[in-house]
Design a protein around this ligand. Sequence first.
Ligand code: PBG
Length: 323
Amino acid sequence: MPFPTHRLRRLRATEAMRALVRETRLAPSQFILPLFVCPGQGVKHEIGAMPGNYQMSIDALVKECAEIQSLGIGGAILFGLPESKDEMASGAYDDNGIVQRAIRAIRQETPRLLIVTDVCNCEYTSHGHCGFIKDGDVDNDVTLEWLAKSAVSHARAGADIVAPSDMMDGRVAAIRRALDADGFQKTPILAYAAKFASVFYGPFREAAESAPQFGDRRSYQMDPANGREAMREIELDLEEGADMIMVKPAMPYLDLISQARARFDVPIAAYQVSGEYSMIVAAARNGWLDHDRAMMESLTSIARAGAGVILTYFAKPAARLLG
Ligand code: PBG
């Protein structure tokens, strides 16, 4: 006879009791903070649609990284705004590119901070697409060569983890091969395996100045309707040699994080993207939601679904709150 014998409210009576039986706990060490690095000196330009996030020149970025480390945050993922863009995304794989220089500078000041790099071309192409354009579409196999070169240049500069986000077929294998050929057998690949063509990337494209100048990304990023295909994408990336996989965005795709957790015994990351962040911040600024509670509840839901690693623009305020 369940009731009155069973009363689930017994274990909810006080915060001490709730803390004792809490199933999901967050720690700063599982967060990765996305950072945007731009040319110049002393630049710290707030991104309109992402309050509290900045385009920063390398000197400012280095200071930011010291703060991230002191808060115990797991790491940073870098996105670059190059001096100039071209059809061949040459800034992406230039050993003296903006991200490569940033990595070296961060390494000097905070040698132990984990540096992840986003391996993609959209911030570096004049047209804003993630690869080489042929007949109005991104050519998969030419783009693989750029991605492989970018990953190697990031590793050479000192990146700890490379994270391809382009959604080309075969990129994990191409990157693994290139890293190994260059002596970077130890550099892990975090594959943005299930990355959807999402409207929630809107604010990021302002931050990274990477909006496509024509068309959209639906011929390479995934259709939001497809969960089974997401599992195939993950499976293929793991076969190609991915060490960790990612689902992106996070909250609209919690079902897929949870399915992936049940199916694949590798670390799973989720990216709480710009739009997910901005929605919460905007609602809080309007007085419609409590900022801190919305932040922690959203992060908790992503962890509860099964993501051990969370890329989030909330990394700093959440780490502060966690103490
Ligand atoms: C690069 C990339 C994007 C994001 C991460 N890496 C933009 C895109 O695919 O359009 C989005 C991150 C965010 O919205 O916070 N390809």
